[in-house]
Design a protein around this ligand. Structure first.
Ligand code: CTP
Length: 396
């Protein structure tokens, strides 16, 4: 891993995780980056600026009014750096940055950055889950800011929860991925399915499930950003088509089956994240079904698309096949059994209880040799991890 030739400005704001910023500076240094630092006033109460000076060989900027600066130091830093990472980013910083405030050294530098900006949020779970924080993070995301973490773990309060800053090496990895230009999937054709299917009963009713499609859309969006040609076959969702992705909307499992089969041969990889109904009503009533006494529905098996793809592929290694296993228990064992049964390369197992419909996901990546349990991550981060694995399968 390398950040050689990258100039990175590290912004530190005032939370207990500021002590980990020291380790981040060392990690970035180890990877070959040129580093400068800027601190908010409250950050200096958690770590001494002298500690940073010792580490990076230059004093961090702590006061924009310091008369020893020849010009406007925040502008100069914004020009000098290839990227900025704010770690930790407090609730206060996130709110200020989202609304364009620039009244401290970190904010002013952040505001004047020419290159990409990243933040690693850190705060107590309740603060992280506040509607205000969610709104502000959504604004930053819209502005193109890279958000790294947070993760779940022990907090300063002694409780365990979501809000802990990502580990310095994870932050450095994410920066590397982002700065690599990461067109690492350029030229690869990836077919992705997402969302639920709706199996119609009559003109007004259907059998469906609670899938929102967010995970599959996140994979499509990240794959497109990483240069792949992406076709997304989506069941009914309210999500907009991700930029640069060709989205095909379908409704039922049968329609999804047809759409996937039609495009199968052109694909280098197929990622089946859709929650496809295993059954459909045997017949769709032409008119609305009227109520009477108890009603018995007769259901018919839907095709298992992934299994069929595995069979069609036979002994060949293309397309790469990745499936999901959403379970309410025994995730790893079920994922492993689906891996064998459907003859695929990787199964992403996740527990239905852990944020099925939320913004985050905790998954375990199961292949023929290993099982890699990831921490609770944003769906975009999970998407990147899955795509990292896909890349290594391509390169095998
Ligand atoms: N899948 C599929 N076609 C179906 C059902 C599922 O292609 N008719 C795919 C999903 O997109 C997912 C994987 O298969 O990638 C696992 O789906 P899941 O419903 O968990 O597995 P099943 O094979 O239905 O197993 P079971 O119902 O026994 O848990």
């Amino acid at each position: 891993m390398s950040l050689r030739d990258q100039s990175i400005v590290v912004g530190i704001t005032g939370g207990i995780a500021a002590y980990k910023a020291v380790e981040l500076l060392r990690e970035l240094g180890r990877r070959g980056a040129r580093i400068r630092a800027v601190m908010s006033r409250s950050a200096t109460r958690f770590v001494g600026p002298i500690t940073l000076t010792g580490l990076i060989g230059e004093s961090p900027v702590v006061d924009l009014w310091d008369p020893s600066y020849k010009g406007e130091v925040h502008i100069e830093l914004g020009e000098w750096a290839d990227a900025m990472i704010v770690a930790p980013a407090t609730m206060q910083f996130i709110a200020s940055a989202a609304h364009g405030f620039a009244d401290d050294p970190v904010l002013a530098t952040y505001a004047s950055m020419r290159g990409p900006r990243f933040i690693a949020p850190a705060m107590h779970t309740r603060m992280y889950e506040r509607a205000a924080t969610r709104r502000n993070l959504a604004l930053l995301r819209e502005d193109g800011v890279g958000i790294i973490g947070p993760v779940e773990g022990p907090l300063a309060s002694g409780e365990i929860g979501l809000g802990r800053m990502s580990e310095p090496n994870e932050i450095a990895d994410a920066l590397e991925r982002a700065l690599r230009g990461t067109e690492d999937l350029r030229g690869r054709k990836i077919l992705i399915s997402a969302g639920p299917t709706y199996e119609d009963l009559d003109p007004v009713r259907f059998l469906g499930n609670r899938s929102t499609g967010k995970m599959g859309y996140a994979i499509a969006s990240r794959a497109a950003k990483r240069g792949a040609d992406v076709v997304l076959v989506s069941g009914p969702t309210t999500l907009p088509s991700p930029p640069g992705v060709e989205t095909i909307r379908v409704r039922s499992a049968i329609e999804m089956h047809a759409a996937i089969m039609e495009r199968r041969e052109a694909a280098d990889a197929i990622i089946m994240s859709a929650a496809i109904a295993d059954y459909r009503p045997e017949a769709i009533a032409v008119h609305k079904i009227k109520k009477s006494e108890d009603l018995t529905l007769k259901l018919k098996r839907n095709p298992d698309i992934l299994r069929e793809l595995g069979e069609l592929r036979g002994e060949s290694r293309r397309p790469v096949l990745i499936g999901f296993a959403l379970e309410t228990r025994d995730v790893e064992a079920s994922a492993r059994s689906k891996l064998e049964k459907k003859r695929v390369d990787l199964i992403v197992g996740n527990e239905a209880a852990d944020g099925f419909a939320g913004e985050t996901n905790r998954v375990i990546l199961v292949d023929h040799d290993s099982a890699d349990a990831l921490p609770l991550l944003s769906k975009a981060d999970v998407a990147d991890r899955i795509l990292d694995r896909l890349l290594s399968i391509f390169e095998r």
